[in-house]
Design a protein around this ligand. Sequence first.
Ligand code: GDP
Ligand code: MG
Length: 450
Amino acid sequence: MVLEGLGKSLRDVLERVAKSSQVDEELVKEISKELQRALLQADVNVQLVLEITNRIQERALNEKPPAGKSSRDHVIGIIKKEMVELLGTGKPLELKPQTIMMVGLYGQGKTTTTGKLALFLTKKNYSVGLIGADVYRPGALDQLQQLGLKIGVDVYGEPGNKNAAEIVKNGMKHFADKKIKIIDTSGRHALEQDLIQELIDIAEVAKPEERVLVLDSQVGQQAGPQADAFNKAVGVTGVILTKMDGTAKGGGALSAVARTKARIIFIGTGEHIRDLEAFNSDRFISRLLGMGDLASLVELAKDEIDDEAAMEQLAKNMMSGRFTLNDMYQQMAAVSKMGPLQKVMSMIPGFSNMEGKIDYEESQKKLYMFKVIMDSMTHEEKDDPNKIKGKRIDRIAKGAGVTTADVRGLLKQYHQSKKTLSAMSKDRKVRKQMMKQLGGMDMEGLQDLQ
Ligand code: GDP
Ligand code: MG
């Protein structure tokens, strides 16, 4: 999981607050020290760390909790809000026909992210054309074409032509009927004058609505000055921080870029083409703090389940307690399409802090076996799982090539899920929140823990 170290420290702090008998000066001082250590380890700037922890101390000791809220929960809310503030309020990329120009130094992840972004926008039903304008790195166009092939997106390039602006001009014409054009550009080892000129020339012919800076988050707080420099040189409209999966310094990079007032639109969370997440600091922090992130989960699911009505029906069934094996099947199919189980689980409230306690590979295998077993059942059996007894279990096991114990295991899991769901659906608050989010009315992430 992204920023697991920082997440763990923050969750420890929250747990400490939650378990304390009272919020007093000693506790606040201690948690403030722990927060400082955690944030410094994530490479957050010292000055910023002091500012945020001073503010947390001051607020925790002086602010009266609102009526009906305990001082413990109030402090937890303050910590969360201050953390969200630290990472800024990323404004999402607008979904509209447009031209996007990617800029950045060597090896930051421009080309990879160009492919990821193309896939993201294709899933939102936009036609996308990619223009390969990296005329420096040998093999750059090849890399982009491979990516395009993988995701079924057209790529325009002119091997041998060293004039980037000319390629872009022709590419824009070539893709006149595409709703969105994304331009991959050259990098350099440093922001040099000739790179700046090249980017300005390209921008002149393409007139991009977005000039997106791709930054490797491994540089930690150094990402701030880099964002500033690029902004001064070519006018950056948004930042994508890559390689958040491979560094402990991501918190430093995020906070430093947020400080420059640049808008962080996505984060790259892996080498795979799907590893791109729209950045929203509230959701990001919710997940990091173990509060889950239903909104992202629902969005992920919406992208994957073609039929939105089916998704809503599924949610309704889940919440109403009428939950059959057919529902479970659909749910599992959706989950496995959404990507690695680990990522999906981290978005479910209560599961995000299970890191290390779940064997994901084992779970993924089990999920697959369950699917195979359910494929050997009839629709009626799945609709009324109580029917599945005795001889039916034998038949299903044979059909699926598993043991009867495996089939019983699945039924047990089903009954457990059903029990959990019906408990959840009786909790009015949970239900209200689920329905609201599924209805798309409130996608702002989870509220503070009450
Ligand atoms: P460019 O020179 O800026 O175009 O960078 P590339 O797109 O060629 O990427 C450089 C390296 O970073 C490649 O090996 C990518 O696979 C890797 N990379 C890019 N984004 C991510 C990410 O979010 N996570 C990880 N782990 N690797 C990434
Ligand atoms: Mg490249």
